[in-house]
Design a protein around this ligand. Structure first.
Ligand SMILES: NC(=O)c1ccc[n+]([C@@H]2O[C@H](COP(=O)([O-])OP(=O)(O)OC[C@H]3O[C@@H](n4cnc5c(N)ncnc54)[C@H](OP(=O)(O)O)[C@@H]3O)[C@@H](O)[C@H]2O)c1
Length: 266
């Protein structure tokens, strides 16, 4: 990844932080965003001390102008933007959809759908003229299967998956690829938080999700963090560009999928 510049939204926490570290170790210059200045600063200090080229810019993904400023900063410092990882997420409210709080539900769509769109628009303004670039949208089993009592999150991830698919088709002749990436359920970030809440929250629906996550973990359904991170690095490197528009799962046999796709398009 030497000479590559990557932008990871929400790159200071959870899976995003693990992606930042791995892409930095692979030689990329990494820019991270988020709203929590202290977490951004702490991540930069820690990773820079380990020799990683990382810079943080505070920005809310729902603010299109802020995302344009992030890309302008990247172009000033690095002169290029090769990869955008749309990772930032709002886990959304939990509970029966019939009476879920609408404002909280809508906020999840703003962060998880409008956020990646605004970030992609900011990135595409430099990627399309450069004739190259890669956008990786973090999706989830919750956007692929049904996920009752967490519809804000589930619906947002399903929408993001369609955004990837349509955008990839529109960008086919530009040199820019778009993929959806499903890391699987990982003992990090929002899943780890859900497990930790399970025993302490007064909210019965959050507790239910937390108990479900504990059962999934204990039955071996989780994807190891290392597997999720290694697959993301391969996608960022461009190994799976031939699969543009599709959903890549961390535990896929990626080489087989790539060779089957190449064979079918011959
Ligand atoms: N963990 C899993 O098991 C799992 C499974 C499947 C898919 N995923 C996907 O992987 C990605 C990362 O998830 P995670 O578990 O690591 O989540 P997480 O620990 O909750 O981290 C979320 C990140 O998003 C940032 N963020 C939230 N709202 C934002 C906003 N409005 N503007 C900018 N940044 C914002 C947060 O930073 P600030 O607080 O600083 O804003 C934080 O860095 C998500 O897209 C998620 O859907 C995770």
């Amino acid at each position: 990844m030497r000479d590559s510049t990557v932008l990871i939204t929400g790159g200071a926490k959870g899976l995003g932080r693990a992606f930042t570290e791995a892409l930095g170790q692979a030689g990329a210059r990494v820019f991270i965003t988020g709203r929590d200045t202290a977490a951004l600063q702490e991540t930069v200090e820690k990773l820079a001390a380990d020799g990683i080229l990382v810079e943080a810019v505070r920005a809310d993904v729902t603010d299109g102008d802020a995302m344009k400023d992030v890309v302008a900063r990247i172009m000033d410092v690095s002169g290029r933007l090769d990869v955008l990882v749309n990772n930032a997420v709002d886990p959304g409210p939990a509970g029966p959809t019939a009476d879920i709080d609408f404002d909280a539900w809508w906020r999840t769509q703003q962060v998880n759908v409008a956020g990646p769109l605004l970030s992609a628009q900011a990135a595409l303004a430099v990627m399309i003229p450069a004739g190259r670039g890669r956008i990786i949208n973090l999706v989830s089993p919750a956007g692929i299967k049904r996920w009752p009592y967490a519809t804000a999150y589930s619906v947002s991830k399903a929408a993001l998956l369609k955004l990837s698919e349509n955008l990839a088709a529109e960008l086919r002749s530009t040199g820019v690829t778009v993929l959806s990436y499903n890391p699987g359920i990982v003992d990090a970030g929002l899943t780890r938080a859900g497990i930790e809440f399970a025993g302490t929250t007064d909210d019965p629906w959050l507790a239910r999700l937390g108990r479900w996550a504990i059962e999934a973990r204990d039955s071996g359904a989780f994807t190891p963090l290392d597997t999720a991170v290694k697959a993301l690095v391969r996608l960022a490197r461009g190994d799976a560009d031939v699969l543009a528009g599709l959903v890549i799962n961390a535990e896929d046999d990626l080489d087989t999928r790539i060779s089957e796709r190449k064979a079918s398009s011959r």
